[in-house]
Design a protein around this ligand. Sequence first.
Ligand code: HDE
Length: 702
Amino acid sequence: MAKQASKPAGTAATIHDQKLLRGEGGELHQTAAGPTPLLTTAQGGPVSDDQNSLKIGARGPTALEDFHFREKIFHFDHERIPERVVHARGYGAHGYFETYESLAKYTRADIFQRAGEKTPAFVRFSTVAGNKGSFDLARDVRGFAVKLYTQEGNWDIVGNNIPVFFIQDAIKFPDMVHAVKEEPDRAFPQAQSAHDNFWDFISLTPESMHMIMWVMSDRAIPRSFRFMEGFGVHTFRLLNAKDESTFVKFHWKPKLGLQSVAWNEAVKINGADPDFHRRDLWESIQAGNFPEWELQLQLFDQAFADSFDFDVLDATKLIPEEILPPIAVGRLVLDRMPDNFFAETEQVAFMTQNVPPGVDFSNDPLLQGRNFSYLDTQIKRLGSTNFTHIPINAPKCPFHHFQQDGHMAMRNPVGRANYQPNSWDEGPRESPSKGFRSFTEVEAGPKARLRSETFADHYSQARQFYISQDPVEQGHIAAALTFELSKVQTPVIRERIVSPLLNIDDGLARKVADGLGLKAMPNPADAAVPTRRDVAASDALSILKNGPGRFEGRKLGILVTEGTDAALLNALKQALAKAGASFEIIAPKVGGAKASDGSWIEAHQMIAGAPSVLYDAVALLPAKAAMADLLKESTARDFVADAFAHCKFIGFVEAAAPLLTKAGVAEDEAVIALASAKDASGFVARLGDLRFWAREPKVKLG
Ligand code: HDE
């Protein structure tokens, strides 16, 4: 081998290699689709040899003259751009927004004028704290950023899957983000809030407690992007043709309902498939199961806003849907993956300040700060003021302005006039009627660094969220807090978190204190405003109280072996197809297995590569003859034990009974016997409950 590699260029071996790569006679490769294109440099120069750099003799130095080599390496060296300082890990898709009916009464925004109008959209989902290469199932807020390419320019609703935020004033954002990201001296932990710095900051920032309830709830470990809500968070304004203002809060509601995973499951998913969420979106869009959300608006006027005892400008507060039911105004469908991840998902630049005429900002101090940050950050990341020339960021409506030059300018104004007013009768002009007009609000007050008194109640809505949860969800919040604080090494910080919990719910505080093994209960934290104990529960805040009641869009993991009952397997597949659900076949070997009727079952996964955490429910269809081998596989045992511990529905044939025993499965109503093909549809119907949480006290998920 070594001898061959050292042969000088032009010897038989080298020419042979090159012929293989380029095709006989040095001609272009022929494929079914015709000749492949000629490889060129970035300057368009044809390339003769892309396998060997230019050398002085086969074993000699590389010549600096090799412009093709230098260009190739130069470009490669610069392939990375800075990742986003927050929301670095994300995944996007194209789609459209369809307006249900005219909202002219509230807004002059063109996108809301005509029923049935379709507007192109691009959406990027993300985690917040983790780096670009971190895993999908971090316990974290998810970004839900929507770019709508309207006829009046791009409108970005840069939201999250949680309707409130940690802080009230944008000036605290760098501190908050520094605290949650990896600690600077040791550079860990990544993509995790379970560490001292984060909880230290939280313990000193009482305004964060409402958000903490949300991020410690199941909302922070969604099953997939498709099963998450999105929220604009801030109060915005809609302005109609008469410049009349209506306050608005934006909500995206997933058509398939909400769903989350268990924490123990999330931890295992991160190992089994760190790309679990992006793979889910990719697979469903490729399969033609286009995820869909409804845009719902909470609309209210100043008098209504004034009627609350909290401030609608405070991003740590929400308006319960029972008090102000949202109205549905359109739907968002994602139906196409980007052609290229970098060009689109990585380079997309969302900006809160991108709003069309008819949508306006409120004075929310977090939103005001964001309106500065999102433009500023694009220069850092995309490197030029001309980032709007990148196709994913360019408007899809006609646009004209006099901005010119700069790095990477792709298009400049043509003609003589590059300013206005001008005497050449050239170029665009502004329009007071069509252009963006701000709401005329009279502002007055002392110039000072202030926080409004109306922002001072930090606990009432935190309590409201907690008491609105189903008992299972409340248990998860207590367990999450206990887990996170157990990773905090400084005992006083653990205690400092229990103090504000006492202002939220006594039972919760006690559970966490007990879980942490605190020797004594601390005093409740000082509260600027005492918690309102009379806040009503809001069922809309619970995931479990609003279950979809169907298995549509979910995935069953079907364990098969040699001799699996073909009729039952086929009946299951049919029932799943009818329910709009999918499945994966897991076999001892990925090559598949022969079914009872001699047909071949193609497998998607082998058992060791597909733990049950990757599925919403499982069906165990082994044949009796295969059980002895299957029982030896610890991954088969884990497959079942985990499904049971994660409160999943388990369907099983009689032959699988020893595996259930080995996995410690105790019978309950979600462990369902599948005697024959006729049981398949009933089993799939039961899967609509998604989980059997009544099992949880027995399996003690922690
Ligand atoms: Fe962001 N945020 N943010 N944020 N944010 C960014 O913009 C910022 C906040 C959100 O998929 C950055 O392009 C400040 C709330 C999403 O590309 C940056 C403050 C909400 C995304 C930035 C906030 C969000 C970002 C980082 C406090 C929910 C990802 C890179 C005032 C309503 C968008 C970038 C995407 C990204 C700043 C708070 C959502 C640095 C200063 C509240 C979904 O500009």
